[in-house]
Design a protein around this ligand. Sequence first.
Ligand SMILES: O=P(O)(O)OC[C@H]1O[C@H](OP(=O)(O)OP(=O)(O)O)[C@H](O)[C@@H]1O
Ligand SMILES: Nc1ncnc2[nH]cnc12
Length: 138
Amino acid sequence: MTKTFEDDINDLLKFVEYFPDFPKPGILYKDVLSVLNDRNGMQLLEKILKQISLQLMGKIDCVAMLETRGYIIGPIIALQLSVPCIPVSKKGNLPGTLIEQSYTLEYGEDILTIQLNSIKKGQRILLVDDFLATGDSQ
Ligand SMILES: O=P(O)(O)OC[C@H]1O[C@H](OP(=O)(O)OP(=O)(O)O)[C@H](O)[C@@H]1O
Ligand SMILES: Nc1ncnc2[nH]cnc12
């Protein structure tokens, strides 16, 4: 029987490993990178990202990928859409003139930066990350 998109998502979720009390007591860490530790997991991730990209074709000018784990997913989507990919990086990791934004996440706080000349006014930007907890960094 052909798998639906929802079936594929549920199958992919089975590859995610759970780590209680990481990186702090009380946090249940969902290690989405475990998906990459299995050839079937990687193939399923690629299949799902290709399906999502089909829906976005012609609607996006640029993919902005969030450090660190968004760096894995962003380029796969950008290649499908034939658009450029730009980094949104933790403070200290990008050269040039930057825009900074501090944020809180489920287990701490950080500062994200982008290079001022990496985006242009009016661009339709798809923000890509691996995981949403509080969503504050988005
Ligand atoms: O919804 P939130 O509360 O913002 O949490 C989600 C964010 O937390 C993780 O990033 P982290 O800063 O731990 O970076 P990593 O990808 O380098 O592990 C994750 O990759 C998201 O960016
Ligand atoms: N519980 C969690 N598991 C994995 N990544 C996260 N980022 C923020 N909260 C997280």
